[in-house]
Design a protein around this ligand. Sequence first.
Ligand code: MV4
Length: 451
Amino acid sequence: MINKVLIANRGEIAARVIRTCKKMGIQTIAVYSEADQKAPFVALADESYLLGPPRVNESYLNTDKILQIAKRADVDAIHPGYGFLSENAVFAQKCRDEGFIFIGPASEIMQKMGSKIAARKTMQQAGVPVVPGTEGGVASVEEALQIAKGIGYPIMLKASAGGGGIGMQVVQSDAELAKAFASNSKRAENFFGDGAMFMEKKLEHARHVEIQILADNDGNAVHLFERECSIQRRNQKVVEEAPSPFISEKTRKKMGETAVKAAKAIGYTNAGTIEFLVDENENFYFLEMNTRIQVEHAITEEITGLDIVEEQLNIANGKALTIDQDTLTIKGHAIEVRIYAEDPVTFYPSPGHITTMQAPTGDHIRNELAVTSDYDVTPFYDPMIGKLIVTGETRQEAISGLKTALESYHIDGIKTNIPMLKAVIDHDQFKAGNTTTAFVQEYYLPMIKTN
Ligand code: MV4
């Protein structure tokens, strides 16, 4: 029985997990670095422990320190949030070996999904369509060039251990592929200790549509519909919405059922997300599986009325799901925008001192914030400082509510991407639902160049 949880994370997600724990009467332990002494999540927890200096290896990635604190604070469970240690199978196993409940799936499954080559194989075996591409890994440039003849350009060269776009590159020709192969493999080796590469056909004007699933330890699994997250810059999502403005009810059902089938086939437990690319004809192809709670989980909560963190805690407690797929429905529309401390033109992080932070409020507005007024955004971590989630009966209502909310959002002292967010949601192509993976390239970048 979980009575005390350590949140091995920071920022808005730490605050978010604490909120649900409080609702459920669960004690919370925060861990924080020297750079986060004044962060809201530290004050929100029942107890908080200093990890050490800002550098992630000495703080949020320091598994020994985190486990030491978990023992000292006598917690039952560890919630990893997203990023940091959330998809680290070794850490999940260590937690369990030390007698803690790791809030996530079995470490074997995390490991399998962490390797994109293995995940592709596993999903194919489970009857899930994958993006056309290599059978397994590609060992050499020579092999890559040979296989490229069969796939045809453009090709997405990807690192098996990749994440955040590291080791990933679009290549248009043999010459580009030959040049890109070694450098991307080396980069992946440096970042993840694994330089294994694979290739996929690059799907143009596709959409990134992901299915949220929940699976318990009794073999029950449900899907909570989709999120469309095609609008990204520098391999980070910027705008996410649920439901997708594009897919039909028939495709939605088929994708949901496929995701549930896949989750069951691999013996998945806890919350997870299966990412797909959807082409113009609504064919969908498996991309990867995320074995953590995601940044954009809030929009799914808004359209289903569920609390995904609560579901995670119940599953981790060994409880059976009480949600029935047939009674789940989508209510309205939700859009999330991520507020980053960054330059809206260069997309580079822009840390500094926030003098005033005033997020909009209202019936259809939800804020998930990492910062307050009079707060230093440091350069040590991801520059996301908050999320703004706006709901409406319809997509149009959500967009118009979001526009108003963004207009009254005040952050002084640092640069943010709010001008970008306003431009995106005010764009005719966005309003028309043309939210493909090419959106930023084709619509946003040209817009800022002419201004
Ligand atoms: C792709 C793709 C097109 N074709 N793979 C980006 C993040 C990672 N999780 C998967 N991603 C993609 N993989 C193939 N074979 C398109 C994306 C993609 C994307 C690419 C460029 C610009 C924005 C994008 C947004 C979402 C997904």
